[in-house]
Ligand binder design. Structure first.
Ligand SMILES: Cc1cc2nc3c(=O)[nH]c(=O)nc-3n(C[C@H](O)[C@H](O)[C@H](O)COP(=O)(O)OP(=O)(O)OC[C@H]3O[C@@H](n4cnc5c(N)ncnc54)[C@H](O)[C@@H]3O)c2cc1C
Length: 327
């Protein structure tokens, strides 16, 4: 079913949610400022639960009203359509659900539990301060723990799934599930988290390490990133996934698209698999540029690039859940 044909979110539901739940129930929240690429429209309904119980009750209520849910992490891999999100409820855990539990250390193993809304920068800072090694490769990658688990964030030959024991999720009916790593069919930029599951926690396996060495390694990864990527400019990270045996950036460059522009969206001169935006850019500019680049690569190499970024909006299928899916 096309989400564009879904009914608008009911005023009565919003009033019920506002009365019943801890956390914030907000209307017409601009999403551009909650994403790293800084374009796109508003969320008709933006929910920030304070804890797992308020989240579960929120999800049950939304399910009763058959309102689909769209989780937003730190907004580092998404582009929100200019028309925004009006028929799904956007749920964000990064405001209140970002705690890191006390670690459990047994010999050379460290077990660390973090909330799904924990920002990667806070998690890495915590690991550096406590001398926990295993996530250094994430240094400089923006995001939340939940978003990183869903996308299986990775760099420099490592992926988040390498450091996972299990993922804890909540489904659309508010039921909590625990998924050992072996049950997740993870792969390149796909954490294998089943559809319809909102990631509320990660159980990570790390190792004790020397804080100074950890810091040095993180600093080196950040330096490499700044050297190769348009760091500091608005973007949603890599636009396309690397096809097997090649690099999307190399293909985009060789197809002659480096520096191409649509309105305020530009194919980065520094890394051709990044699209950066200028003030005044729209999501339509970004999508038009992506389509032009994909078409040019198709014509040049007879190869179809797959998008890594996630398009969010009423006209796009929900990456997180298929609305009618029974779990
Ligand atoms: C400058 C820059 C550099 C980057 N470099 C890299 C890199 O080197 N490697 C890499 O892998 N990525 C990279 N990225 C992409 C991005 O940082 C990662 O994909 C990150 O893990 C996204 O996390 P997020 O919390 O921002 O997710 P979002 O972008 O908010 O969401 C991504 C997807 O996950 C879903 N989602 C978010 N949170 C949850 C949740 N709790 N439960 C269920 N679903 C959820 C969303 O609905 C969406 O479908 C980069 C991005 C930028 C801007």
């Amino acid at each position: 079913m096309s989400l564009g044909r879904r009914p608008p979110i009911s005023e009565k539901l919003i009033a019920d949610l506002s009365r019943e739940f801890a956390g914030q129930v907000r209307e017409r929240v601009p999403l551009a400022e909650r994403t790293w690429i800084r374009v796109g429209g508003e969320a008709r309904l933006y929910l920030t639960p304070t804890d797992v119980e308020s989240l579960r009750r929120m999800l049950r209520r939304l399910h009763e009203w058959t309102v689909p849910v769209l989780p937003l992490g730190a907004g580092a891999n998404v582009v929100v359509a200019d028309a925004g999100v009006s028929t799904s409820a956007v749920i964000s855990l990064v405001e209140y659900m970002g705690k890191i539990a006390d670690p459990v250390v047994h010999g050379s193993k460290v077990q660390l539990q973090v909330d799904g809304g924990t920002r990667l920068s806070s998690l890495l800072d915590y690991c550096r301060r406590h001398g926990f090694s295993g996530l250094e490769f994430l240094a400089g990658i923006p995001g939340s723990a939940g978003g990183a688990a869903v996308m299986n964030a990775g760099a420099f030959g490592r992926e988040l799934s390498d450091a996972l024991n299990r993922v804890v999720t909540c489904d659309v009916r508010g039921e909590v599930h625990s998924w050992p790593r072996q049950q997740l069919d993870s792969g390149y930029r796909c954490g294998g988290v089943p559809a319809g599951q909102l990631v509320i926690g990660l159980d990570l396996r790390l190792e004790p390490g020397d804080p100074e060495k950890i810091e040095q390694q993180m600093a080196e990864y950040r330096r490499l990133r700044r050297q190769k990527q348009p760091y500091g400019l608005p973007s949603a990270g890599s636009v396309f996934k690397n096809p097997p045996g090649d690099f999307a950036g190399r293909l985009v460059d060789a197809a002659g698209c480096r520096g191409w522009r649509c309105g305020g969206a530009v194919v980065s001169m520094k890394h051709a698999n990044f699209i950066t935006t200028e003030p005044g850019a729209t999501a339509a500019d970004v999508f038009a540029l992506i389509d032009r680049v994909r078409e040019q690569v198709r014509k040049t190499f007879s190869l179809e690039l797959e998008e890594e970024i996630i398009r969010l909006g009423d006209e796009y299928p929900l990456a997180w859940t298929t609305e009618d899916k029974e779990l």
